[in-house]
Design a protein around this ligand. Structure first.
Ligand code: ZN
Length: 145
């Protein structure tokens, strides 16, 4: 497979190539990346090279970020899900592009598209207090007592 050249980057082919593309994009805009630091995606799209979607982090940040994204998915409101659904039905945007727009993962948009998630009726059924009380976080997001 690919062999490392003198400067450590570039001249790769194969699976490493896509991994490096966003690192290169970051370096072109922000300068070099310290050793051991990862370039992470806010948008969960490995092939994405939009510099405003990239940020630097460590392995631990990466794990925290995954956790945060999971919460963001839970915080998507039925109204937003409806907007996404409408967009899916009325435009030629891809799921990935719509995910970018809403700042959610493409997997979530795909779930909404398939109707497996965020049916507003189902959501209200499962959250009967919604609308009367202030919206509560799902219990498994609440911090442990
Ligand atoms: Zn992106």
């Amino acid at each position: 497979m690919a062999c490392t050249n003198a400067d450590g980057y570039g001249m790769f082919d194969g699976p490493w190539r896509s991994r490096l593309t966003h690192r290169i994009a970051w370096e072109m805009h922000n300068g070099s990346i310290p050793d051991g630091v990862l370039v992470l995606h806010k948008c969960d799209t490995p092939s994405c090279v939009r510099v405003d979607h990239l940020f630097l982090g460590t392995d631990a940040d990466n794990a925290r970020d995954r956790d945060r994204k999971r919460r963001r998915i839970l915080k998507l409101t039925p109204e937003k899900a409806d907007e996404i659904r409408k967009l899916l039905a009325s435009t030629t945007l891809t799921q990935t592009e719509i995910a970018h727009r809403f700042g959610v993962s493409p997997a979530l948009v795909s779930n909404i598209n398939g109707g497996t998630m965020w049916s507003p009726a189902k959501w209200r059924q499962e959250n009967p207090s919604n609308g009367r009380k202030k919206r509560r976080s799902p219990s498994f997001v609440k911090s442990a007592k």
